[in-house]
Design a protein around this ligand. Sequence first.
Ligand code: SF4
Length: 353
Amino acid sequence: MKEKNSQLIGFTCAYTPMALIDAAGFTPYRILPTGEWPDQAGRLLHDNLCPHIKRVLDRALDNDLPDLFGMVFINSCDAMRRLADAWKSIRPGDNVILMDLPATAEKIDVSFYAGEISRFWDTLNTWRGAKVGPEQISESIIKYNHLALLLKDTEEKIRQGNLPGGSPRMQEIYNRASTESADRTIAYLKDIEEQDYDPADKATDGVPVFIFGNMLPDPDVYTLFEDSGVHVAGNDFCTGSRLFSSVEVDEEQDIFLNISHRILSHPPCARTFKPSSPAWIAEDVLAKAKACDAKGVIGHIMKFCDPYLARIPMIRKALQKEGIPMLIIEGDCTTRSIGQQKTRIEAFIEMLR
Ligand code: SF4
């Protein structure tokens, strides 16, 4: 274990138990694939690899990171595992843990991941140099549940077009919530709640669209969407609404099982399977699009992400049945790559009007 001054634990995936990091007295810090750096990751990893992984590695290679106490990686796919390997070679001084993630949310998998979460908790305690009591975990879960609730309220404002700053601001809030302490973000969201809303700020002319995919963390991309006539009525990204959901604290059940069950069951991304319902993702996108009264759906898929690309046909079919058009754009985490699709987005919106 390496001694560090920082209180930040870096993470890269929404399957990370953020409340546990908080409970151990650290702050979870998501390393977002935002910003512009020289493309250097290709010297360590294959060029045809998920751009998310490469951008995160580029940030590390360019020293564009705050001081970190440690890093937690989730073995959610092979690319993520490669990232963990590359990280150890370029930052040998970091405390690092890799957690294995099951592919489904069956009972046996929930139990397996609970074991991984327990191992993570022990590691955090070792890093902290003190044994923190389990009651602290419950307190942090309650705190993160409160944060999830406040974010849901803010998402509702976005749906109604009542959040000044619109979807770029909402994304800034998500990014803040994943890189700052929960206490600070809660205080910030309460401030927003108390602010008087000026109806003149209401966004009215955009067409309501539901957007989904792996991740889309750059607020500038949302500005581009809005400039193209999109009103982002709802989203499902692991850098957005999917990162924050509440955990029910069942006093009778083991706390790690509680957390594991919640993380694995709701709301998953395409890399998680449901053997009893292979088309779950199509039903999920359809239900969410309908819930926010979307006239259309835009899917933003990371290049080379097979789990998402493989599921697009079933999602398209489910939406077609309900008469909801869908546009798919492939990106590489840069605003530039989405900017190249602006004409397609504008044409899609014109069709929906
Ligand atoms: S898309 Fe899924 S596996 Fe990939 S980083 Fe996000 S939550 Fe993790």
